[in-house]
Design a protein around this ligand. Structure first.
Ligand SMILES: [Zn+2]
Ligand SMILES: [Zn+2]
Ligand SMILES: [Zn+2]
Length: 139
C-alpha cells in the first residue's frame, strides 16, 4: 500500500500481497486491514454505494480522482486551496473534500493498453484465402 500511491480495494491489496505470499486469502487481508485501521495506521476512503478503499493514514491533505473506465481511484496532490469564498456569507470553512471524476491515462488510450491483443487481431485479416472462402459461402 505504501508504493501504490492510491487507495486500494481489499481485492486489489490481495492481488498485490499474493505476489509475496501466494497462499494469502481475502479473510487475512480483511483481518489485517481491520487491525491497521484500529491502530490508526490506515484510513478508509469511501463513496456512497461502493466498497471502502484503504490508504495510509499519514497522508497529508490531498484529493482523489475516480476513473469511470477502470473504477480505480488515484491520489491527487493538487488542491484549489481556500474554499472560503464558496461558503455562504457568515459561514466559516475549516475543511473540504474534493473528488475528480473522468478517465485515467490508461483508459483514455485503450489501443495503447493492449498492443499484444491488437497484433493478434490483425493476423486473421492477413489470410486472404480464408476470407475468400467465407465470401463464397455467403454468396
Ligand atoms: Zn482508468
Ligand atoms: Zn488518497
Ligand atoms: Zn484540498
Amino acid at each position: 500500500m505504501e508504493t501504490a500511491g492510491r487507495p486500494l480495494l481489499p481485492s486489489e491489496i490481495l492481488i498485490e500481497a499474493q505476489r509475496d505470499v501466494p497462499a494469502l486469502g481475502l479473510a487475512t487481508v480483511y483481518r489485517n486491514l481491520k487491525q491497521l485501521t484500529d491502530a490508526g495506521e490506515i484510513q478508509l476512503v469511501e463513496w456512497p454505494g461502493e466498497l471502502p478503499r484503504y490508504e495510509l493514514a499519514d497522508h497529508k491533505h490531498h484529493h482523489h480522482f475516480r476513473c469511470h473506465g477502470c473504477s480505480r481511484v488515484f491520489d491527487v496532490h493538487a488542491c484549489p486551496g481556500d474554499m472560503q469564498k464558496l461558503a455562504p456569507r457568515g459561514f466559516t470553512v475549516d475543511g473540504h473534500e474534493l473528488t475528480l471524476y473522468g478517465l485515467c491515462s490508461d483508459c483514455k488510450r485503450p489501443a495503447a493498453r493492449k498492443p499484444a491483443a491488437a497484433k493478434r487481431a490483425a493476423r486473421p485479416a492477413a489470410a486472404p484465402s480464408h476470407r475468400k472462402h467465407r465470401a463464397t459461402a455467403n454468396a
